[in-house]
Design a protein around this ligand. Structure first.
Ligand code: BDR
Ligand code: CA
Length: 313
């Protein structure tokens, strides 16, 4: 099968960084047409810079990186320095990137790229708040039919919230954007916390990254060592969840995941449950299914794949 054409929409973040590395290491599976940064874990000037740092680390400075929206559609930006550190990529010391940021706005890149392709041929991979994608759909509704699939990290059902008791971070930051995306009619695959909380960076898994003996392996180990302190304290878990790489792993091997095709609606009104992904997991309503909502992951298979691919960089 020809590699899928993808656009990665992202707010790096250490786990976003690992997702980008996984994609750039997997040309037989995905062609990364561009990386669009969005404000999320940290403000936009840092997320676009971090995206470039990661592409350079992968040895792919020719990757097109764009800056997109610097704030959610209608709300004030909420960030997550408490998880990712001040830079968004705290942990190892890293040099500033030398590869250029593209001058075009990330949203216009998404629109132009989709317009240049046939219907159903481009996959969008959002790893942060859905602001860029919703803005593109609002501005150019004709592009919606061009999307083959949206495979995104966001939401939660059994695990409920990580930024509020009810909501997962990416959806909470821009619930209005998420509502637009989930109502778009595009086929959607969701990697919620229910899945990503199985993708834990246990000690042997981090040791396997270090054992690669490469700069990439060392960086990934150092990022995860930094990033996991927060979740270890919070959940008492064995490591940190590598949320965003689940999106790219799905494109490479969908059999690693199990889920249900259900209706998912986004709460945008209630202050208490703002950004909640109301998934009809038990199909107790007659609302039409609109998303493949994943619920489980073969964690060993996931880490084997990740380590094997990172070894290529
Ligand atoms: C999501 O929020 C961010 O902090 C991570 O990068 C991930 O995309 C998890 O809730
Ligand atoms: Ca992210």
């Amino acid at each position: 099968m020809a590699p899928r054409k993808i656009i990665i929409d992202t707010d790096p973040g250490q786990d976003d960084a690992v997702a980008i590395l996984l994609a750039l290491a997997s040309p037989e599976d995905v062609t990364v047409m561009g990386v669009t940064a969005v404000a999320g874990n940290v403000p936009l000037p840092l997320t676009e810079k971090n995206a470039r740092i990661v592409c350079e680390l992968a040895g792919k400075p020719e990757t097109l990186v764009f800056a997109g929206c610097d704030a959610p559609l209608t709300r004030k930006l909420v960030t997550a320095e408490h998880v990712h550190g001040k830079t968004g990529l705290d942990g190892p010391k890293m040099d500033d990137p030398t590869m250029p940021l593209q001058s075009q706005h990330g949203v216009d890149f998404i629109i132009d790229t989709l317009r240049a392709h046939d219907a159903g041929t481009v996959t969008l991979c959002p790893l942060g708040p859905l602001t860029n994608i919703a803005t593109a759909f609002n501005k150019a509704p004709d592009i919606i039919e061009k999307v083959q699939e949206i495979v995104l990290m966001g939401g939660a059902y059994f695990e409920v919230g990580n930024i509020t008791p009810a909501a997962e971070f990416n959806i909470y930051v821009d619930p209005e954007a998420a509502k637009i995306v989930f109502a778009s009619g595009v086929p959607i695959v969701v990697m919620p916390l229910d899945v990503t909380h199985h993708a834990l960076t246990t000690r042997p898994r981090v040791d396997a990254f270090s054992a690669l003996g490469t700069k990439v392996g060392d960086m990934v180990a150092a990022w995860t060592n930094f990033f996991e302190r927060f979740d270890k304290e919070k959940y008492g878990s064995e490591g940190a969840p590598l949320h965003d790489p689940c999106v790219i792993a799905y494109l490479i091997n969908p059999d690693l995941f199990e889920g249900r095709y259900v209706n998912v609606e986004i709460e945008t009104v209630s202050e208490l449950t703002l950004g909640m992904t109301v998934a009809d997991w038990w199909r107790v309503t007659d609302r039409q299914p609109n998303a493949m909502f994943m619920g489980n992951l073969n964690a060993e298979g996931f880490f084997d794949l990740l380590t094997e691919r990172l070894a290529r960089l």
